[in-house]
Design a protein around this ligand. Structure first.
Ligand code: NAD
Ligand code: UDP
Length: 308
């Protein structure tokens, strides 16, 4: 197949492009390089079945493709809050442009949604049927509401125009090719530990997250995209749940770092808990994560040792 990956030069997008090329597909990677890097895809540029297009998803685009994965959107809170209006435009107009193209081509289109659609969840763990607890006017809203609106657009294009959709709700995912200055917690803690700097735990550090290693996630993407049983939204994430203090302690142990843990103010609207219920992914995709947090952290630490 010929497959379009928007956001293909980013952390997850570049791993997805690589996986699709390895499966023998042709890949068009569209990215404006806001948080993505040519370095993530430089090893693919020689491949005659790979094409990089520098373009913004908010501007229309046309390609002849069989499938579209829509990943374009900054994912780290400091990056998506840097230009909040641009972030919401990216999610909403990017979705409209992908859906319009899929409608014209009869192509299957996949949306990278997020556990952020659950906001600061009251239901725990989160099932796909939970509608969420999201602030419409906070600093995270540009991302959360943009992604929620994209899900709405996907279902409206499906109901109104018969577009063939798939939606995944991604829970915190980490691994090689995250940016050292990404701002997300796993890369922050690892980079701080390796540099001998203090690990910055926000708030008391008792808030929880569930961390999935990138290769498990990409496997879930491909399984969801290539089956006909469910459209989603479907949670893909690792149900292991950790406080940020536990994460900091694991990173210190695995790096052997003498860094100290310090506390910084908790950002506003920071969700207190997050853990996916993956019953649907197990049932319909026969998917569950295979990489433990300590194994995934170890591999990510090795990557960052080579970067900094
Ligand atoms: P990332 O920031 O590394 O990747 C996003 C990519 O999109 C970058 O390459 C960036 O340059 C590109 N991009 C941003 N705005 C664009 C625009 N207007 N036009 C074209 N390209 C644009 O982040 P990631 O972790 O790889 O996330 C990929 C997708 O997965 C995002 O949609 C994100 O919301 C979603 N997601 C990720 C996680 C996670 O934990 N990694 C969790 C939930 C959802
Ligand atoms: N966090 C932290 N220190 C950091 C960066 C993040 O304690 O240096 C916390 C943050 O407040 C949140 C959790 O780690 O509770 C996950 O943050 P991240 O930005 O990785 O993702 P998200 O909040 O979008 O899940």
């Amino acid at each position: 197949m010929r497959i379009l990956v928007t956001g293909g030069a980013g952390f997850l997008g570049s791993h997805l492009c690589e996986r699709l090329l390895n499966e023998g597909h042709e890949v068009i990677c569209l990215d404006n390089l806001f948080t993505g890097r040519k370095q993530n895809i430089v090893h693919l540029l020689e491949n005659p079945y790979f094409e990089f297009v520098r373009h913004d998803v908010i501007d229309p685009f046309k390609f002849e493709v069989d499938q579209i994965y829509n990943l374009a959107c900054p994912a780290s809170p400091p990056h998506y809050q840097y230009n909040a209006i641009k972030t919401i435009k990216t999610s909403v107009m990017g979705a409209i442009n992908c859906l319009g193209l899929a409608k014209r081509l009869g192509a299957r289109v996949f949306q990278a949604s997020t556990s952020e659609v659950y906001g600061d969840p009251i239901e725990h763990p989160q099932r796909e049927t939970y509608w969420g607890n999201v602030n419409t006017i906070g600093v995270r809203s540009c991302y959360d509401e943009g992604k929620r609106c994209a899900e709405t657009l996907f279902y409206d294009y499906h109901r109104q125009n018969g577009v063939d959709i798939r939606i995944v709700r991604i829970f915190n995912t980490y691994g090689p090719r995250m940016l050292a200055n990404d701002g997300r917690v796993v890369s922050n803690f690892i980079v701080q530990a390796l540099r001998g700097e203090d690990l910055t735990v926000f708030g008391e550090g008792l808030q929880t997250r569930s961390f999935c290693y990138y290769s498990d996630l990409i496997e879930g993407f491909v399984r969801l995209m290539n089956q006909d049983e469910v459209k989603g939204p479907i949670n893909i994430g690792n149900p292991g749940e950790f406080t940020m203090l536990e994460l900091a302690e694991q990173v210190l142990k695995l790096t052997g770092s003498k860094s100290k843990i310090i506390h910084k103010p908790l950002p506003s609207d920071d969700p207190k808990q997050r853990k996916p219920d993956i019953t649907l992914a197990k049932k319909h995709l026969n998917w569950e994560p295979t990489i433990s947090l300590s194994d995934g952290l170890q591999k990510t630490i090795e990557y960052f040792k080579g970067q900094i």
